[in-house]
Design a protein around this ligand. Structure first.
Ligand code: C2O
Length: 552
């Protein structure tokens, strides 16, 4: 076990993309931020110093934070923000996890530019046979010409409106399909017949993405830092918050060009003015022949043939059905076989009348909110974890998140414009005792929404034991659950027009944010919190808060 000491300075840096320069919030002046690499079992300490005149926090997305919820990072959930001039040291141990995760700011929409990979190198060899020549982080993001804070304010104030970014990016680079971006193109050099592991992260704010590489297949071996049964595919789908490791063998014989295009584009286009363009990078084969050098890059105009089309739900469904836990003797699948509690919650958008004298940009002159069981989460002005730990109560906070939808939800029968439309505002949390085997059924309402909701749970991994289209049927569906090798992850993309059932072993005492990883939906309230109480044994208790924990 080694201790790792890392310094993060949150600071402004002028960055130019698409021929526009703007001051960007960064870590250590880098965009994207630094990639962190640790070993399984390491003690990690990251001192974050805030050098800007606005609040910030950093979240270690997917790190379990066993008993160290103070280091999780979501603002007002586990900590008060780090104010300008202050610093806070995140201290945690990377226990029994290995693979690709990431870190990002967890305040407002700051993760638009404050993000990077968090790579946990395994202690044991990979459970798949491949000699890997190199491991390559591939991080998707979005680039906004406008000030992201202004975009976010417009979203929250008017409940809708223009919110699209100006480009998707691979490792911060838009690529040649965007104006003025030829020189900002990601290029990965490979050697013929060698195998590479791509550590793919979707850090985009608001879009699920398809990704493929021309003439090459991808073998999926890991999702959200959990090994999977390997399978080979021509493309992957990845939601914001998710990570996917794939193996790629450079098995092509480059002829006229030594470059093969890789590309990512959003799953969704329609109703809103979302982007429908594509970020492109290249695989460049090293020329091993002594005579000729690589020919110059040909002008490039179209994405690879194997990139799925927009809203290819068939591909998306087939892809997610292929994801299975490894479930081997060395890496068993610890899915709860029976449960202590089942919570059924709708997830979706809501419409509210526009306040008088205001303009709303949602739908039909109204404004959007979003909710779980018609509760729109209101972020408190103190740290929920601290309130919980110190037994503080306020009149706004309550521990009674509704455990089923207020109106029996019917995807087919209910006119969503008249039912299921209203939402209440508050900070209602779900509370369970230590060790609860919990099932949460996430029922998408698909109301005014045509994309999947990537639901992320902090502090725990979960098992996706079932999913389906239409209504979840408590009498029939559980009989068809996969309790053998369901995928284990920290973010599930609940398909539009359907539901997903996840099982959690609630073995991590603390307060854990549960939310849609589409940033606009979190802003509108698609979130709740899970409180796992401390157990009776000292080893089942939340540790005391660190001394430098910021106060509100
Ligand atoms: Cu990736 Cu709540 O975060």
């Amino acid at each position: 076990v080694t201790a790792l000491w890392i310094c993060f300075q949150v600071e402004w840096k002028s960055v130019t993309r698409l021929c526009h320069s703007k001051p960007l919030l960064t870590v250590n002046g880098e965009f994207p931020g630094p990639n962190i690499a640790v070993h399984e079992g390491d003690n990690v300490e990251v001192k974050v110093t805030n050098r800007v005149a606005r609040n910030t926090t950093i979240h270690w997305h997917g790190i379990r934070q066993l008993r160290t919820g103070w280091a999780d990072g979501p603002a007002y959930i586990t900590q008060c923000p780090i104010r300008g001039g202050q610093s806070y040291t995140y201290k945690f141990t990377v226990k029994e996890q290995r693979g690709t995760l990431w870190w990002h700011s967890h305040l407002a929409w700051q993760r638009a530019s404050v993000y990077g990979a968090f790579i946990i190198n395994p202690r044991m060899p990979y459970p798949f046979s491949a000699s890997i020549q190199a491991e390559v982080p591939i991080i998707f993001g979005e680039w906004w010409i406008a000030d992201v804070e202004a975009v976010e304010n417009e979203m929250t104030l008017y409940g809708g409106g223009p919110n699209s970014s100006d480009a998707y990016t691979i490792n911060g680079l838009p690529g040649p399909l965007y104006p003025c971006s030829n020189k900002d193109t990601f290029i990965q050099t490979v050697e013929r017949s060698k195998t590479y592991m791509l550590r793919i992260i979707n850090a985009a704010l608001n879009d699920e993405l398809f990704f493929s590489v021309a003439n090459h297949t991808l073998t999926v071996v890991e999702i959200d830092a959990v090994y999977t049964k390997p399978f080979t595919t021509t493309a992957i789908m990845i939601a914001p918050g998710q990570t996917t490791n794939v193996l790629l063998t450079a098995n092509q014989v480059p002829d006229s060009s030594s470059m093969f295009v890789m590309a990512a584009r959003p799953y969704l286009t329609s109703v809103f003015p979302f982007d429908n363009s594509t970020t492109v990078g290249f695989l460049k084969y090293k020329d091993t022949s002594p005579k000729k050098s690589n020919p110059p890059l040909k002008p490039y105009t179209s994405p690879p043939y194997n990139l799925p089309l927009m809203e290819d739900t068939v591909f998306a469904t087939q892809f997610s059905n292929k994801l299975r836990s490894l479930a081997s003797a060395q890496y068993p699948c610890n899915v709860p076989k029976k449960i202590d509690k089942r919570v059924i919650t709708t997830i979706g958008l809501n419409l509210q009348d526009c306040p008088v004298n205001q303009t709303c940009k949602g739908y039909a002159g109204k404004r959007f909110y979003a909710s779980m069981n018609n509760q729109s989460f209101v972020r408190p002005s103190m740290s929920l974890l601290e309130s919980h730990y110190r037994n503080l109560t306020t009149n706004k906070l309550s521990y009674n998140f509704p455990e089923k939808p207020p109106n029996a939800f019917d995807y087919t029968g209910v006119d969503p414009l008249t039912k299921n439309m209203n939402t209440e505002f508050g900070t209602k949390l779900l509370v369970v005792p230590y060790g609860t085997e919990l099932e949460i059924v996430l029922q998408g309402t698909s109301f005014l929404n045509v994309e999947n909701h990537p639901i992320h749970v902090h502090g725990h991994n979960f098992f996706i034991v079932g999913r389906g289209f239409g209504n979840f049927d408590v009498a029939k569906d559980p009989a068809h659950y996969n309790l053998v090798d369901p995928p284990e992850r920290n973010t599930v993309a609940v398909q539009v027009g359907g539901w997903a059932a996840i099982r959690i072993n609630a073995d991590n005492p603390g307060v854990w944010f549960i939310h849609c990883h589409l940033e606009e939906h979190t802003s509108w309230g698609l979130a709740t919190g899970l409180i796992v109480k401390s157990g009776s044994d000292p080893s089942q208790c939340l540790l005391p808060p660190p001394e430098d924990l910021p106060s509100c």
